[in-house]
Each structure stands twice: as C-alpha cells, then as structure tokens.
Design a binder for this molecule. Structure first.
Ligand code: GLN
Length: 482
C-alpha cells in the first residue's frame, strides 16, 4: 500500500520534529555563560510581572528583572510559563530550578522553599465589576460567589474569611479566567494582589478595586529548600547590583511608573490579526503533539491489541490491565501524575513535552488497543476456521485473511481517535505546553479579549480537524477500493 508508506514517512518526520519541539518560551541571557541552563517556572498571566507582549515575548517586572540579573551574574535560564499553581508544584517536584511569579514569601511556603530577598511589596485586594454598585466591602458578599486563583495568597485570604462573611469560593487556574468570571457576573468579586489588579484596571480589564490592601507578604524568587543555593545567591547578588545601579527602578518604572505604557486602543480585527502568528505557532505544536502521540499510541495499540486477541491468557490479562488503567484515568489526572508525581517520587526531571507525549500515547494507546481488538474480533469466526481448515497456520490466517478485513473496519474508528487526541492536546496546557489552547490563554491574559480569541481558537481547531478528517476519508476510500 503506497499511501500507508507515505503516512509512515510523514509520521516519522513529525516524530523527529517533535523531539526538537520547543516548549514554553526560551529566553536566555544575552551572553550565554558556560554551565547549566536553569529552568524557571512562572505564571502565564500576572501582568505587570509576567505576560506576553504582542510579539510573543515574555515581559514584565519579573521577566525583565530575571533577565537583568542573569546578565549581571552571567547565568543562563529558560522560562516555563506553567501558571502559578503548576509552577509551585513543579518546583516542589524539582521539575524546575526556581520560580519567579510574583510569589509571596509566606511562612507556610518557607517550609518547602528557600526565598531570595524580597523584591516587591504586595497584598490582597478585592475587585468587582466596573458597573457594579451594590458591593462595597466584604459584608456585601453574603450568599454570593467569589472568584479566586488556586494556590495563591488571594485564595488563602478568601478562604480565611469566607465563613465569616458567608460567601462561596469559585477557584480558577489563572487571573484572566478569574476576572472573566466576575465580568460575566457569575462571581460578584475576586481577590488578587493589589499591583496586579491595579495594573489590570488601568488596562481596562473591566473591574474596579473596592477594598484597601490587606497586609501581605512581599514577593521573592524561590528555589526548593536546600537546592540550587548558588542560583539563589546569584539572584540576591544581582538584585543588590540592580538596586544600586538604578536598573531595578527603571524596570519598575517601565511597567508601573508615571510614563508606563497605557492600554493600546486596538480594533477587534487588529487584535486578531496581531494574535495570529502566536496562535498559528501554538497550532503547529498541537499538531506535532497529536501526531507524535498517535505514532506511539499506534505501537502500543498494536502490541496490546494482538495480546488481547491472542491465545495466551497471561498476555491477554496484561493487555486488559493496560487498557483498564489508561482508559480509566482521566487525562488531566494522568498528565499531573506523570509530570508532577513521578519525577517527585523518583527524583528526576521530565520535560513537559515528554510528559505530554507519554500521557497522550498511553491514553490513546488504550483506545487503539480496543479498536484493534474490536476490529479483529468483528471478523466472523467462520473465516478463521475456514482458513485453518484449508491448512493455513494461525499466524498466516491472521495476516492474510483476518487483518486485511479488520483494517477496513478499524479505519473510521482510527479517524475518530485522531480527532479525539487532537482535541485532548488542549488539556496538556496545564503542564505549560504552549499549544493552541495555551497560546489563546496567554493572549487573553494580556488583552482580556476572551470572546474574540476563544472564537478564533475554536475555529482553528475546527478547520484543522475538518481538513484532517477529509484527508483521512480519502485514505479510507483508497484502502477500501484499492
Ligand atoms: N502573590 C500571590 C501568591 O504568591 C499570587 C501569585 C500569582 O498569582 N502569580 O500567592
């Protein structure tokens, strides 16, 4: 079959590309020093501390500060935009060497992490929708919902007063989603750090601040307790230098000073056009992830599928266990387990791309196993019996009689699996892979344009899935008739 060879070649190529696929945004110091490249986890959406500018660069007070410190202290680093909660978990699991994400130095965190000297003072405030007049303080929250961001000081604060004031907490993974929940009116208020909310309000995020700042902890750069001490020392030393030579103030001024850039007045169409390059890059990563994972899933499926229809009961049992486990665990849980759990338990580092491909391959592998088993078993038993009675050995009967018929039955379900796996890649945004969904999130964090960007993202998925389905249909027709 010529088409299958072509398909195989394409898959192999994609796989090769996938191995070299970039994740996150690399942003190394200009003068690369020799030695280790530190992996630094950060939030995706915490302007003015970390956010992406229109050309897709990670900017903000934290980002510029880290960059300046790395240059001053001559070390290399790579940024992993994981989201706050995930970044902290990644640090705990030693998946990253440090975290800079407007991270408050709290006593609780000091048990697990070592912090740099504080570099920014902060505290939690409450914000509500701009046009909302009835909420003036915590007392007005009774019976209402309040949006918070998981794993943050704002969350802990909301939790600590929720029973006193009688409100319910609605948790979100990033600040942009939390603001959106308030804007749509599902939650009446949200809690977030003052400098971040104040910046957002200035950028027209549709909210207003209604309380005074609660006394809070300052921000620090964190490493795992007892680990990467030399990095911590470099950070502190660099910070002192930048504070002394005025660079620290320049960075702060750039984002929150008098002359800081205000919101850019941009048409909706202009915004979409400007976002397209980042979204297309994300889409490319989505496709690479899909094909690389399906490639491995197919191998797993072949092995376990044949084990399932085979005559050895031990192998059959093993294949059943494989399917039950990986079909039974929700994809999100599997991704967290593989990316955060396993490295923490065994003390090694796994890149997000490896974790993502592993997660998707195991999950899709379980389904492909079932597709292959189902396909083979759907061929009438009489066929095998007839082949055997004609003197064909089992293996040959399988290869010559059963499999060719089974393949035709399996193809539509394979196409289905391709579509499912492609959509499932969006779940991997939780471990910081900048695929299409994550690219959308990052742009919304900067622009607050949820409707337009999610619409474009949805259309992009639809277009790609339609094209792939059409190609697959054509392939299927060829296999059936030729
Ligand atoms: N300063 C808050 C905390 O450390 C929030 C940080 C963030 O959301 N990036 O909990």
């Amino acid at each position: 079959m010529k088409s299958s060879r072509v398909l195989h070649a394409i898959m192999s190529l994609l796989l090769l590309m996938a191995v070299g696929m970039p994740y996150g945004t690399a942003s190394a110091a200009a003068e690369p020093a020799s030695g280790k490249t530190y992996q630094i986890g950060t939030d995706v959406t915490f302007a003015p501390f970390e956010f992406q500018d229109a050309s897709g660069n990670f900017v903000g007070i934290d980002m510029d500060l880290l960059d300046a410190i790395a240059k001053d202290q001559n070390f290399k680093y790579e940024i992993k935009p994981l989201g706050f909660n995930a970044a902290v978990q990644a640090l705990e699991a030693n998946q990253v060497d440090g975290v800079i994400a407007g991270m408050s130095i709290t006593d609780e965190r000091k048990q697990k992490f070592d912090f740099s000297d504080p570099y920014f003072n902060s505290g939690v405030v409450m914000a509500i929708r701009q046009d909302q007049e009835s909420i003036k303080g915590y007392e007005d929250l009774k019976g209402k919902k309040v949006a918070v961001k998981t794993g943050t000081e704002g969350y802990s604060f909301a939790e600590s007063i929720s029973s006193k004031y009688g409100f319910t907490i609605v948790p979100f993974d990033d600040s942009a989603q939390m603001y959106d929940d308030v804007k749509t009116g599902n939650s009446v208020a949200c809690f977030d750090d003052f400098p971040v909310l104040a910046y957002g309000v200035k950028q027209n995020n549709g909210l207003k601040i209604v309380t005074d700042m609660e006394p809070g902890a300052s921000y620090g750069f964190a490493v795992s307790k007892g680990k990467n001490q030399e990095l911590l020392e470099k950070f502190n030393a660099g910070l002192v230098n930048l504070q002394a030579n005025g660079e620290y103030n320049r960075i702060k001024e750039k984002y929150i000073g008098e002359n800081a850039v205000g919101p850019v007045d941009q048409s909706r169409w202009g915004l979409i056009v400007e976002s397209l390059p980042s979204l297309l890059k994300g889409l490319g990563n989505t496709l690479l992830l899909t094909f690389a994972s399906l490639f491995f899933a197919f191998f797993l499926g072949l092995i376990f599928g044949f084990m399932k229809v085979g005559r050895n009961k031990w192998l059959r049992g093993l294949a059943t266990v494989f399917v039950d486990i990986f079909r039974g665990i929700p994809l999100l849980v599997l991704a967290f387990f593989i990316y955060f759990g396993i490295p923490q338990a065994f003390g090694f580092t796994m890149s997000p791309i490896v974790a993502a491909v592993l997660t998707l391959s195991l999950n899709a592998g379980a389904y492909v196993t079932e597709i292959i088993r189902g396909g083979i078993q759907s061929i009438d038993r009489g066929q095998m019996e007839a082949a055997r009675s004609l003197g064909l050995p089992y293996r040959k009967a399988m290869m010559k009689i059963i499999i060719p018929q089974a393949i035709k039955i399996m193809i539509p379900t394979f196409i289905n699996q391709l579509v499912i796996t492609l959509k499932d890649t969006s779940i991997l945004s939780v471990i910081g892979l900048v695929e299409l969904t994550q690219s959308g999130k990052i742009i919304i964090a900067r622009t607050f344009a949820s409707f337009d960007i999610w619409l474009v993202v949805a259309i992009m998925y639809l277009i790609v899935i339609t094209i792939l389905t059409k190609i697959s249909d054509r392939l299927e027709r060829k296999v059936r008739h030729g």
